[in-house]
Design a protein around this ligand. Sequence first.
Ligand code: ADP
Length: 508
Amino acid sequence: MSDTDPSKGENPADLFRRQRDLILMASGDGIYGIDVQGISTFVNPAAARMSGYSVEEMLGRNLHELVHHSHADGRHFPSCECPIHEATRDGKIHRIYDDVFWRKDGTSFPVEYVSTPIWDDGRIAGAVVSFRDITERKRAEQDLRDSEQRYRAMFDGSNAAGFLIDAETCFVLDENKQTCALFGYSEAQLRLLRAEDLFVGAPGEIPAFWRKVQREGAAETETPFAVTAEGDRIPVRLSASRIRYANRTGLLVLATDLSVRREIEARARALQSELHHVSRVSAMGEMASAMAHELNQPLSAVMNYLAAARRLSKTEFDGESRTLQMVEKAISQASRAGEIIRSLRTFLDKGEAETEFASPYDVIHDTLPLIEPAVTAAGLSLSCELDPDAPHTLLQRVNIQQVLLNLIRNAAEAMSEQAQGVINVACWSSNEQIWVEVADQGPGLSQDQQAKLFQPFNTSKSDGMGVGLSICHSIISDHDGDIHAENRPGGGAVFRFCLPVITPGDRA
Ligand code: ADP
């Protein structure tokens, strides 16, 4: 001890008291003592500073009444329930991590405290209370919770199934909602799975993918499939990257469902091939148009020669010979061929669909020769009930022909398994509407087919495109008409469309 030492000459009890006071003064924690009645016997400056009182204001007071009178929600806090006072009764240390003390100005602050009984000669003399303002700790905890919730929301808000796996064991540690939705497993089930159980690819592809992630820290591929709890396979883009968290290494895995994209790609490919088909058909159409034009002249010549031959044989054989009969038959066949060629030319020559006033009867009449050969070749026949007086209306001839051809072709295809069958085409009208229907004797329409009949890409045929009826629907809608289908009571399907009667006056 030096000469300047203030403790020099002090008796040990005074020295101890002074050192204890120095410690109490210096402590950053609030410290106070109470007797068994709860009256304060000492208060350190930190306790007074935190409570907004002076040491003098706190000394000799019931501190429960002063700083601990209410709960955080404002409810009264009876001292008989207070753990600080309990220490003076049960002689045990009471530690509380989340409570509030009240300041002089009426505000509160969060505290953690410990109340330790003071023993004097085998009896409890009171308790010493040490408390700490935990505002900062609580704010840090809240920040942590907010941040956790923010990242959880981002993780869950992602479109991709995202999950974290342990880099060594490859077991799933955490996952977002999309992961459960994509794979069809609950969170608990996923925790029992390893990343390699969740994907399949070409032989060796998946192990090679994980090796690349381990080696290079990240990898991505678009060829594997996610294997669901049901055993289904869903095409996915799989990406994984190594991340460090809490002194551990994990792999963050993202799997994006590609089924919709693959479906769109498949449709685009199908459309592409349909487009090739259409361009082939249109090239053939041009050829057919040229041929029809070229054939027209020789056919007219044949007709002329036959007419001359008929006149001759009538005069030479008095109209009774076998030759004359054969010439008559040849004339009827040649005029039928002429009719087919004329219809073909009308159908093919109209590049742009022109709108005109026409009789549906004429349109149907011109269309049937185009499809009749295919119907007959399939062993089927066409029957017609057409109203020749059906009113003229505003229509796009080529497009209505297109609708008829589609419906009759579908009817013939529906009966392709049958040895025989009749396709009935009918047309009738009222003052406002013209009705056209194509009825077959095929298997009819299932309920499922009826629901999506006019939707594009709906087909039950192995080589079908499923666009015919959706085109028919849009053509009839363009004419302000309506098209629908139903099953016939006796079997088979009937497709019926109606067009509004439009007169030149209406158009004006
Ligand atoms: P595609 O003929 O290329 O399949 P469509 O759009 O013309 O395309 O027809 C769609 C589907 O509607 C057909 O695949 C078939 O299942 C059904 N369908 C159309 N017409 C008939 C019919 N007359 N009888 C039975 N089913 C039909």
